[in-house]
Design a protein around this ligand. Structure first.
Ligand code: URA
Length: 326
């Protein structure tokens, strides 16, 4: 019986100075001796929203709450580590034929003419990926400015592909009221600010009627920061991707109260599938992860009020309810 023998670890690659120059000239040095990935601006992938209410929002199956597991970090090694007992870098260069030096194409090791054209550079850059962290992790300790930068650069769901602008929100800090709508529409997507179309004009008028303004008292944002194509309803996975941003906005702005506009925003924030008729007219409490309780008032979406002006009287009652609690 033969005992299995341990497979010897491949020798760490050695590159002599001439080979190093060639590798650099043909753009393959980075493939061979991949540097540590830059940690400055990580790409973001969706993960679990932070709010219990949001976690329990209708239609949010656990599976969609973490649709993309973050890939394992890329093993890296500094150029100095390629010889001796140092950790071998991740090799992505194919061996052309056996050379005794794993990964180095024989045509490079034996070439005597001038260095070839740098054909592999683009491939090298494509494979050098930044580490990916979740939206929730990235947002967790962000300041408001950092959070805005994250939202503007976000690629966590497919909505980033069709947007002109991600719409972070706009308004007063410190913030007395946080107004939460559904998602940017066409004008908001064009201009990068929330509620700037016809709905926004009505919203500004409604706020002015109770002495509030987005310049001095109110911060306005949406559950979803990018416009869904054709203004369709956001999908559960889009809500899951975006929710950590809203929850961090709430944690940072610490509003005295939250005015939620429309069924979609109300159901998402309060984690219910109750109708808007049953949610409005009373004060709800949003428990934050920081242990605060913020009063929440639900009202009709201004776009609905534009279509159904007779409901404005009820919206007026809602605003008075919100104002009375000051
Ligand atoms: N509708 C919304 O819900 N939000 C906006 O920002 C604009 C229109």
């Amino acid at each position: 019986m033969t005992l299995p023998t341990a497979v010897p670890k491949p020798a760490a690659p050695r590159v002599n100075p001439l080979q190093r120059i060639w590798l650099r000239e043909i753009g393959m040095e980075r493939l061979w001796m991949r540097p540590a990935p830059a940690a400055a601006r990580p790409a973001v992938v969706p993960q679990v929203p932070v709010s219990k209410a949001v976690l329990e929002a209708p239609g949010l199956a656990p599976a969609v709450l973490s649709p993309n597991a973050a890939p394992a970090p890329v093993t890296s090694a500094a150029p100095e580590q390629v010889s001796g007992d140092a950790v071998a870098p991740q090799l992505v260069v194919p061996t052309e034929r056996a050379t005794g030096r794993p990964g180095i194409p024989a045509s490079i090791l034996t070439r005597t003419g001038p260095p070839p054209r740098p054909v592999a550079k683009a491939a090298a850059e494509e494979t050098a990926e930044a580490p990916r962290i979740s939206v929730a992790d990235a947002a967790k300790n962000a300041t408001l400015d950092e959070l805005r930068e994250q939202v503007v650069a976000c690629t966590a769901c497919g909505l980033c592909q069709g947007r002109r602008h991600a719409v972070f929100g706009q308004g007063a800090t410190p913030t007395r009221w946080l107004v939460v709508g559904e998602a940017p529409g066409e004008q908001e997507d064009r201009q990068g600010h929330p509620f700037v179309g016809r709905s926004g004009q009505l919203l500004d008028a409604m706020l002015a009627a109770v002495g509030m303004s987005r310049d001095t008292d109110v911060f306005i944002t949406n559950v979803i920061k990018c416009r869904p194509p054709g203004n369709r309803n956001p999908k559960p996975e889009e809500i899951a991707s975006c929710s950590p941003y809203l929850m961090r906005q709430i944690a940072l702005l610490k509003p005295e109260r939250i005015l939620v506009l429309g069924r979609f925003a109300a159901q998402t924030l309060l984690g219910t599938d109750a109708t808007i008729g049953s949610l409005r007219g009373r004060v709800h409490q949003l428990k934050t992860d920081e242990g605060a309780q913020i009063p929440v008032i639900v009202s009709y979406h201004p776009a609905y009020l534009l279509r159904s002006p007779s409901e404005k009287a009820r919206a007026w009652q809602d605003l008075k309810l919100a104002s009375r609690m000051v």
